[in-house]
Design a protein around this ligand. Structure first.
Ligand SMILES: *Cc1c(COP(=O)(O)O)cnc(C)c1O
Length: 352
C-alpha cells in the first residue's frame, strides 16, 4: 500500500447540491437565470483559443477588480472560485499545529480546507438565534490562532454581521491574526446595518475580503473568485495559487460580468424581492423562518430535516439538507417559489 496522509481519511465529504433530472435544483445557491447574452457572446468568441494557456496572472481581470473596488491591483488575488481563494488564504496562513477559527454551522468547505492544510479547525457554535457569536469567538483566540473566517451573510443561516459587532470584535482580536470576511452573498444583503467588507479592509490592517462570481453574477460553472487583502497577504496568495487555475473563459466572463453589472443587479433585485416574498408567505403559514440576507432561506428543522427534505423532493424540489440540523433552500424564479410555498403549506410547520 502506498503511503498517504492520514488526514485524507478524516475529511468530511463536501456534499454537492444534488441535481436530479427534471427536478428544480434549489440546493446550491446558484443563480436561476441564464447567463447574460453579452457574457455568452464574449466567452463564445474565445472558444477557438482554448489550445492556449490562460494569462497566468489574470492581469486584465485583476486590474478590472482593483478599479471596481478602488483598491490597488497589488491587493487583489484571484482563484478558481472563491473556494480556491479560501484555500490559498488558509494555506498561506496556517499549517500543522495552527488553528483556523470559524463559526458553525457555516460554509461546509471551511473544515475540509483547514484539515487539508494540516491545521486545526476551531468551530465556534452560532448563537441560539443563528448569529455569529463574536464574543465567544474572540474568547476562543489562542496563541495558535492564525486565521479567522467570518461568513456574512452566513451560509446556510442567512444572517449578516452588523457593523458595530464587527468593530468590537476586531478591537479584541490581535492584529497579527488575519480576519477574512467571506462575502459570497453580499449582493443579496439589503440590510443597511450589515457589514461592507471593503470598508473594514480599508480600516484594518488584518482584514481581507472574499468575493465570488458564482452567485450574484451567475458564473458558478466557470469557477472564478477573488480576495482583496493586505498587499503582503495578496502576494502570498498568488504564490500558493494553483498555476493557471483561472481559465481564459472564466477571466473573460468575469470581466464581461463586471461590464454588465447594472443588468446583473436587476436580477439580484428580483431574487431578493422573491426571497422576502417567500419568507413572508411562509411566516403567514406558520413557519418560523428567519430573515435571510442571502439568496436562500434556512429552516432550522432539527430532527424533522429528513421529513421536510423528502416532502420537497416528492414535489421535485431539491434542497440542501444538513441532517439533524436544517434545510437550506435556494431562491429561484417566482414559479419555483410558488411551488415551494405550496409544498410547505401541506406540511405541519416546525415549532417556533
Ligand atoms: C458559494 C460560496 C462560495 C463561493 O464558492 P465559489 O468557489 O466561488 O463558487 C464561497 N463562500 C461561501 C460561503 C459560499 O456559500
Amino acid at each position: 500500500m502506498v503511503q498517504q496522509r492520514a488526514v485524507t481519511q478524516e475529511l468530511p465529504a463536501y456534499v454537492q447540491g444534488r441535481s436530479i433530472p427534471n427536478a428544480i435544483k434549489l440546493s446550491a445557491n446558484e443563480n436561476p437565470y441564464p447567463p447574460l447574452a453579452s457574457v455568452v457572446q464574449t466567452v463564445s468568441e474565445q472558444l477557438g483559443g482554448m489550445n492556449y494557456y490562460p494569462d497566468m496572472s489574470s492581469a486584465a481581470l485583476m486590474a478590472r477588480i482593483a478599479d471596481r473596488h478602488s483598491v490597488r491591483v497589488e491587493e487583489v488575488a484571484v482563484g478558481a472560485g472563491s473556494v480556491e481563494v479560501a484555500q490559498q488564504l488558509i494555506n498561506a496562513s496556517a499549517g500543522e499545529g495552527d488553528e483556523v477559527m470559524f463559526a458553525w454551522r457555516s460554509f461546509e468547505a471551511y473544515p475540509i480546507l483547514v484539515k487539508i492544510a494540516g491545521a486545526t479547525p476551531v468551530m465556534v457554535p452560532l448563537t441560539a438565534d443563528e448569529r455569529h457569536d463574536l464574543p465567544a469567538m474572540a474568547a476562543a483566540v489562542t496563541d495558535r490562532t492564525r486565521l479567522i473566517l467570518l461568513c456574512t451573510p452566513n451560509n446556510p443561516t442567512g444572517h449578516s454581521l452588523q457593523v458595530d459587532e464587527l468593530e468590537e470584535f476586531l478591537a479584541a482580536v490581535p492584529k497579527n491574526i488575519l480576519v477574512v470576511i467571506d462575502e459570497a452573498y453580499t449582493h443579496f444583503d439589503t440590510d443597511p446595518n450589515s457589514v461592507n467588507g471593503l470598508d473594514f479592509f480599508r480600516k484594518h490592517e488584518n482584514v481581507a475580503v472574499l468575493h465570488t462570481f458564482s452567485k450574484a453574477y451567475g458564473l458558478a460553472g466557470l469557477r472564478v473568485g477573488y480576495a482583496i487583502a493586505p498587499e503582503p497577504v495578496a502576494e502570498n496568495l498568488r504564490r500558493v495559487a494553483v498555476p493557471f487555475g483561472v481559465t481564459s473563459l472564466a477571466q473573460t466572463a468575469a470581466i464581461a460580468s463586471l461590464d454588465a453589472e447594472d443588468e446583473l443587479n436587476e436580477r439580484v433585485t428580483l431574487i431578493t424581492a422573491e426571497r422576502d416574498r417567500v419568507i413572508t408567505e411562509l411566516r403567514n403559514l406558520g413557519w418560523p423562518i428567519a430573515k435571510s440576507q442571502g439568496n436562500f432561506i434556512w429552516i432550522r428543522a432539527a430532527e424533522r430535516t429528513a421529513e421536510i427534505n423528502d416532502a420537497l423532493l416528492a414535489e421535485g424540489i431539491v434542497a440542501r439538507a444538513f441532517m439533524g440540523d436544517g434545510v437550506r433552500i435556494t431562491i429561484g424564479t417566482p414559479e419555483m417559489s410558488d411551488l415551494l410555498v405550496r409544498t410547505l403549506a401541506e406540511i405541519e410547520p416546525i415549532a417556533s
